[in-house]
Design a protein around this ligand. Structure first.
Ligand code: F6P
Length: 545
């Protein structure tokens, strides 16, 4: 029964939502002194507190039942074993295999996909160590001191996030720069202080057809050639599922690191696309990242649904989005290292679950993936938190925080953590009219001013959070967190009955951009039949070019 609204638990959940909308987080906590113990989940050093979600045990049981009714056990099994989970593209989505340990096996289309993964991983690691140790040098014999990674979307966001997050683990042998945007400023700024003779350029593109990436790669090659002439090719590396296209671009076969069609772009940081990670951090940290992700894979695959972190995180999201009808979610890491996490999750979640038709191609009659956005705490507290606390739209928030810093001042870090915990508390419980009146009276406000300020200084509360607390942001922990987010997205998609692994919605804009370029370059015939607004804008832009 693919239509989830016809599953038995769906109507029970609609009733739960009506009941819980009339309740409050204050009432839920008052009714159950063990609420934290019941709704906080642990895996290794990671704690996920869902007690500040507007859920109770009955609603949670119905959500679990809904997931089971959706055939979750079979879908999860298919995900791990190479089943066709990306149905519109008729492909498996085997990113879990990319972090499987040495010695794993996975038969796929008559081959051992695991053996191929391990062979490429060993090649990547050997290459990274040779560059790091200066055994593999640039065309003039100088050791490389910088890596320029060119890619966009899933071919950039993941490696960038990991390198930023784990920068305290880098030994400084190589600097790393990431360029995605076709805006010439992006590449210009990235290479401004790099030297072509000491820079290794990675071109990451699954398809090797993405216009932004190829334009930037051509420009980077010209920058290398201006200094190194034909020896520039010694500095070019391709990370791609289409090696023949990389060869046609002029990249030497031994500098092409392949991956497979069954690696989705937004799930690709664990593949060759992530080469910048072992280059920047060394292979030991890269392996720890993979090990952390693999441990989370095993937890997701085997833990009971009640105790399964990705599953429970996903159920809270489905509850908020579909049943409480909250169409957005903010991601707020209290961790400077995770400053790119909101952008990374935006792609992971919105490209996966921003879908309006079911797997069968019917329009969906239920809200699916929310708008995901965010920024780091504490900065965000001085920007958009006003809206989170008192705005008319209720936005659930993911808060992430480490108990200890990897490096640096532990005292200031505790202040950071105090802020994270305080915000979750304020969002959940707010401050009632009476509490505010008492507070303002304590501040000594005269009665007239007090009455005027009272509504402005009251906080409604009941703004849900999912709180992720971990010991330290190590490579292992980051791997586990990112795998958790991937499985959370998959689990949501199973309930919503959508294909979480395709992204057809990005295609139309690409086609139209290709058609628009000639018009911008002056081809008058190109705009025939277009709408008046686009024609007007093109004409205006032409007068300004
Ligand atoms: O535009 C969307 C997209 O196809 C993403 O899914 C992908 O991560 C990105 O473009 C880059 O694609 P490629 O790796 O093929 O260059």
């Amino acid at each position: 029964m693919p239509d989830p609204t016809r599953r038995p638990s769906w109507s029970a959940l609609l009733k739960d939502a009506r009941r819980l909308r009339r309740s409050s987080l204050r009432a839920l906590f008052a009714a159950d002194p063990d609420r934290f113990a019941r709704f906080a989940l642990r895996f290794e050093d990671l704690l996920l507190d869902l007690s500040k979600q507007r859920l109770d045990l009955q609603a949670r049981a119905h959500l679990i039942a809904l997931l089971e009714e959706a055939g979750f056990a079979e879908r999860r099994q298919a995900l791990f074993s190479g089943g066709i989970v990306n149905r519109t593209e008729a492909r498996p989505a085997l990113h879990t295999l990319l972090r499987a340990p040495e010695g794993s096996r996975l038969p796929l289309d008559g081959r051992d996909a695991a053996a191929e993964v391990m062979a490429v991983r060993r090649r990547l690691e050997r290459f990274a160590e040779a560059v790091r140790e200066g055994r593999l040098r640039g065309a003039r014999g100088e050791p490389f001191d910088a890596v320029l990674h060119i890619g966009i979307g899933g071919s950039e966001l993941g490696p960038r996030l990991v390198c930023e997050a784990l920068a305290p683990f880098a030994d400084g042998r190589l600097r790393v720069r990431f360029v995605a945007n076709i805006d010439p400023r992006a590449l210009g700024e990235a290479i401004a202080d790099l030297h072509p003779a000491r820079t290794l350029v990675l071109v990451a593109s699954k398809t090797f057809t993405t216009r932004e990436t190829l334009a930037n790669a051509r420009h980077a090659r010209a920058w290398l050639e201006a200094e190194l002439a034909s020896a520039a090719s010694d500095h070019l590396v391709a990370l791609t599922a289409r090696p023949e296209r990389a060869r046609a671009f002029g990249i030497a076969p031994e500098r092409i690191f392949p991956f497979w069609d069954w690696v989705g772009g937004r799930f690709s940081l664990w593949s060759s696309v992530g080469l910048a990670i072992p280059l920047y951090l060394g292979t030991a940290h890269f392996r720890a990242l993979l090990a952390g992700a693999h441990a989370m894979d095993e937890h997701f695959r085997t833990a009971p649904l009640q105790a399964n972190l990705p599953v429970q995180a996903a159920l809270a999201d489905v509850w908020n989005s579909t049943f409480l009808r909250l169409p957005a979610r903010a991601v707020v890491p209290y961790d400077h290292g995770l400053r790119s996490l909101p952008a990374y999750l935006q792609q992971l979640e919105m490209e996966s679950n921003g879908k309006g038709v079911s797997e069968e191609g019917d329009p969906v009659a239920w809200p699916t993936g929310p708008v995901v956005w965010g920024g780091t705490g504490t900065d965000a507290q001085h920007a958009f938190f006003q809206h989170l606390h008192q705005g008319t739209a209720v936005v659930p928030v993911d808060i992430l925080a480490a108990a200890r810093p990897v490096a640096g001042d532990a005292e200031r870090h505790r202040e950071l953590l105090a802020n994270a915990l305080a915000q979750a508390r304020a969002l959940a419980f707010g401050r009632t009219l009476e509490e505010t009146r008492a507070q303002l009276a304590r501040e000594g406000l005269d009665p007239e001013l007090l009455a005027r300020l009272l509504p402005h200084r009251t906080f409604p509360g009941d703004r849900p959070t999912s709180f992720f607390l971990y010991h330290k942001l190590t490579p292992y922990r980051l791997g586990g967190l990112l795998a958790l987010f991937e499985h959370r997205v998959f689990t949501q998609g199973v309930i919503w009955n959508i294909d979480s692994f395709d992204q057809w919605g990005v295609e139309l804009g690409k086609e139209l951009a290709a058609q628009l370029l000639p018009a911008l370059c002056g081809d008058a015939a190109a705009g025939e039949g277009w709408d008046a607004s686009t024609r007007g804008l093109v004409a205006a832009a032409r007068t300004m070019i």
